[in-house]
Unconditional design. Structure first.
Length: 342
């Protein structure tokens, strides 16, 4: 970069390429993930404008320093951002600068300065999930005497059995179902447009077949239709994730009135956590759970590797010998002689 004007142009050129080419087309990240990176970069630019009186048009790589980024994190804390949020913003900036350094070796020193900024300590919160009793209380809430109730119960059943994200669920099409296969399964499309096959339990297959008979007349022209839909103006439309979230919230509030084990806030992702924890408690290896959930790394799945009270109790029972049938020392003649020094 030969001058300040060139530096400014290069900065915005790289930012644009990073957000519009590298993340969506090379990394194949989802629009929501890309939006998170975009927000982080925008917040940093807002910080420079707010604290350094620097207009967006004047920002260049010369303004990106270790000291500046540290002050940016402190600025975020002043806006009541938690440690996890600050770490997310910092990681996004590090990723952005790494891309820029890969494109222009002269920027590598800037990336190295920022790369070495440590993340803030964020307490690892235990994963929230539902007990089997709470899950059953939730499942009986939809009124299956109504069309909407039948659909909503099927949604909850499939959310649990497949452990899908809510976006993955609403994206499922009829063609993604393979109920007649030797081992029935469903294909879901996850983050980064990656697909995975998830086996279905026999009870879920039976529910799905009944649902299909009631809600779909499968023909060649309909296999691309959404599995779950609502009718608007006489036309079926794919459900929104907000619709599913509101539905789960309402059923959760009703279920809690009859079962105190139901959490205060019930949402689709809670069902995903519940399925993962139940699988872990049943002894499934984390590597299998990671593949089941569509995690890119098993490190992400390690959040479920926290023993609860029930698991600890069972582990202690296995570790401790059964003392109930052991003869007390004083009732054994030989031991009693030793205790008495005879």
């Amino acid at each position: 970069m030969t001058g300040n004007n060139t530096s400014k142009k290069e900065f915005w050129k790289y930012i644009r390429a990073y957000l519009t080419v590298y993340l969506p087309k090379i990394r194949c990240l989802s629009p929501r993930t890309i939006d998170s990176y975009r927000q982080s970069i925008s917040l940093y630019c807002s910080f420079l404008k707010d604290q350094c009186n620097l207009d967006f048009s004047k920002i260049s790589f010369e303004h990106i320093t270790r000291d500046s980024v540290v002050k940016f994190i402190q600025w975020l804390c002043g806006r009541n951002c938690g440690n996890s949020t600050c770490n997310l913003r910092l990681s996004a900036l590090k990723s952005t600068l790494k891309y820029c350094a890969d494109e222009d070796i002269s920027l590598y020193s800037i990336y190295q300065e920022v790369k070495n900024i440590p993340l803030m300590k964020a307490p690892r919160m235990p994963v929230k999930y539902m007990s089997k009793i709470a899950l059953k209380a939730l499942l009986v809430q939809p009124d299956i005497r109504t069309v909407k109730g039948l659909r909503n119960r099927m949604i909850i059943i499939l959310l649990y059995d497949t452990g899908t994200r809510v976006q993955e669920l609403v994206d499922i099409k009829i063609s993604d179902l393979h109920l007649e296969a030797r081992n029935p399964f469903i294909i879901v499309t996850g983050k980064g447009n990656k697909t995975r096959s998830i086996p279905l339990m026999n009870k879920t297959v039976a529910h799905l077949k009944d649902y299909m008979r009631r809600f779909h007349t499968v023909s060649a022209s309909e296999i691309s239709n959404p599995l779950f839909y609502s009718i608007r103006s006489g036309i079926p439309h794919m459900l929104s994730t907000d619709t599913v979230a509101i539905m789960m919230k309402n059923y959760g509030e009703k279920a809690r009135k009859t079962c105190h084990e139901v959490p205060q806030r019930v949402h689709p992702h809670l069902v995903r956590h519940t399925r993962a924890m139940h699988l872990y408690q049943a002894g499934m290896p984390l590597s299998y759970i990671a593949e089941f959930l569509g995690h890119a790394s098993v490190n992400t799945t390690e959040i479920y590797a926290s023993a609860n009270i029930e698991m600890l109790r069972k582990a202690l029972e296995k570790a401790n010998p059964d003392l109930t049938n052991e003869i007390p020392l004083w009732k054994n003649e030989e031991n009693l002689k030793k205790l008495c020094g005879l």
